[in-house]
Ligand binder design. Structure first.
Ligand SMILES: CC(=O)SCCNC(=O)CCNC(=O)[C@H](O)C(C)(C)COP(=O)(O)OP(=O)(O)OC[C@H]1O[C@@H](n2cnc3c(N)ncnc32)[C@H](O)[C@@H]1OP(=O)(O)O
Ligand SMILES: O=C([O-])CC(=O)C(=O)O
Length: 370
């Protein structure tokens, strides 16, 4: 085998062809099916994006309503599903509870072995319909609280937020949460999407691919960073407190959560810029400009000291916070928003499949005998 250079972490390696999305770093654009994600997030809503990824075009009003009513028909979970969560240890992390829920859905799918594009699309939309219920109510159950039933009169994303907080969101809260789902929806080939595609490439099913993706996303180098960011902001408490804390972390050579990105690294994540604006609006409405100022100061310190820029998780975390979302649900919501992108990747993988099976550069001993 010809000698190849190992790229640690597969940095820069092209893993597949796709027509779903692309990070155009030069032009600072996250391309989703030809559209700029940020422009979509400013002008359209989450279900438009779902339609774009599954039908290949942005919907008219009728198309959007039709996808919404299809989802609403599938909101309910199988009977006794919550007994599963009530039997888990109370300490179970919300990501692990959600992972159990998604994995369990497989057993209820009579067409589990149908990997056609049509069947996969149906399965992905079912997961999308049920995931607010799984995220919110696995959490409530583990907290010893009553589940919150879906309110079918609310739009999809408002209902998701309502099921988490138990309170109907204001217009600004609903708009912000919808935008949050959009910016998290799809992002080319992060570790979790790669994981899902690797699993799908064995011709395994979409539930397995998504279950694996959840495990990947839980890690603090990936989705788990948003929770860590909020703990850091709360520990900092004030602009001065955060300044001291960040300098201390830098002195101790700790990684600062919410900064840096494999693909952007020396540029600010465009999604973080949008969430920064959303944070400002919410902070002004709630008289929490102090939180905004603290985040901005943190951004300046890490740029000046390390030349690193915020990624999406840095500005999404305080947005979640002002939306009254419990911290353990930040990463599950990231995953819930990403279901739409992951589903599209599994469909694409199964449609044109070749098993992922790379090789290694062996550095161990040879010629030993027992
Ligand atoms: C929505 C998302 O999932 S975005 C990612 C969320 N994750 C985080 O916010 C976790 C914090 N960030 C990180 O750990 C990294 O920036 C990652 C994992 C996201 C990307 O990492 P990689 O591309 O593998 O870069 P790598 O880890 O090799 O870092 C390169 C250099 O930058 C430094 N660096 C990168 N990110 C950070 C950070 N957040 N804090 C401090 N230093 C950092 C590394 O220490 C390293 O320095 P060195 O060359 O002197 O050793
Ligand atoms: O792209 C990545 O590596 C991580 C990320 O920002 C995401 O999944 O949204």
């Amino acid at each position: 085998m010809a000698e190849q250079k190992v790229k640690a972490g597969l940095d820069g390696v092209i893993a597949t062809e796709t027509d779903i999305s692309f990070l155009d770093v030069e032009n600072e654009e996250i391309v989703i099916k030809g559209y700029d994600l940020i422009e979509l997030a400013e002008k359209k809503n989450y279900l438009d994006l779902v339609h774009l990824l599954y039908e290949g075009s942005l919907p008219d009003q009728q198309g959007r309503l039709s996808i919404e009513s299809d989802l609403k028909r599938e909101y309910a979970l199988p009977e006794h599903f919550f007994e599963l969560f009530s039997k888990l240890p109370k300490e179970t992390h919300a990501m692990d509870a959600m992972r159990t829920g998604i994995s369990a859905l497989a057993g209820y799918d009579p067409n589990i072995d149908d990997r056609s594009a049509a069947a996969n699309k149906e399965k992905a939309l079912k997961v999308l319909a049920k995931i607010p219920n799984i995220v919110a109510n696995s959490y409530h159950t583990l907290q010893g609280d009553q589940p919150v039933a879906a309110n079918p009169d609310l739009p999809y994303s408002s209902n998701f937020l309502y099921m988490i907080t138990g309170k109907e969101p204001s217009n600004l809260e609903a708009e912000t949460f919808d935008q949050l789902l959009m910016v998290y929806s799809e992002h080319e080939m992060p570790n979790s999407t790669f994981t899902a595609r690797v699993i799908a490439s064995t011709n395994s099913d979409i539930y397995g691919a998504m279950t694996g993706a959840i495990a990947s996303l839980k890690g603090p180098l990936h989705g788990g960073a948003n929770e860590a960011v909020m703990h850091m902001l709360l520990e900092g408490e004030t602009v001065e407190g955060l300044t001291t804390l960040m300098h201390e972390k830098l002195r101790n050579k700790e990684r600062i959560m919410g900064f840096g990105h494999r693909v952007y690294m020396k540029k600010m994540d465009p999604r973080a810029m949008l969430m920064k604006k959303a944070l400002h609006k919410l902070a002004v409405e709630q008289g929490r400009e102090d939180l905004y100022e603290m985040c901005e100061r943190g951004e300046d310190i890490i740029r000046e000291e390390k030349g690193l820029y915020p990624n999406l998780d840095y500005y999404a975390a305080p947005v979640y916070y002002l939306l009254n979302i419990p911290i353990p649900l930040y990463t599950p919501i990231f995953f819930a928003a990403r279901v739409v992108g992951l589903g599209a990747h599994v469909i694409e993988q199964h449609d044109n499949n070749r098993l992922y099976r790379p090789r290694v550069h062996y550095t161990g001993p040879r010629g030993l005998h027992p």
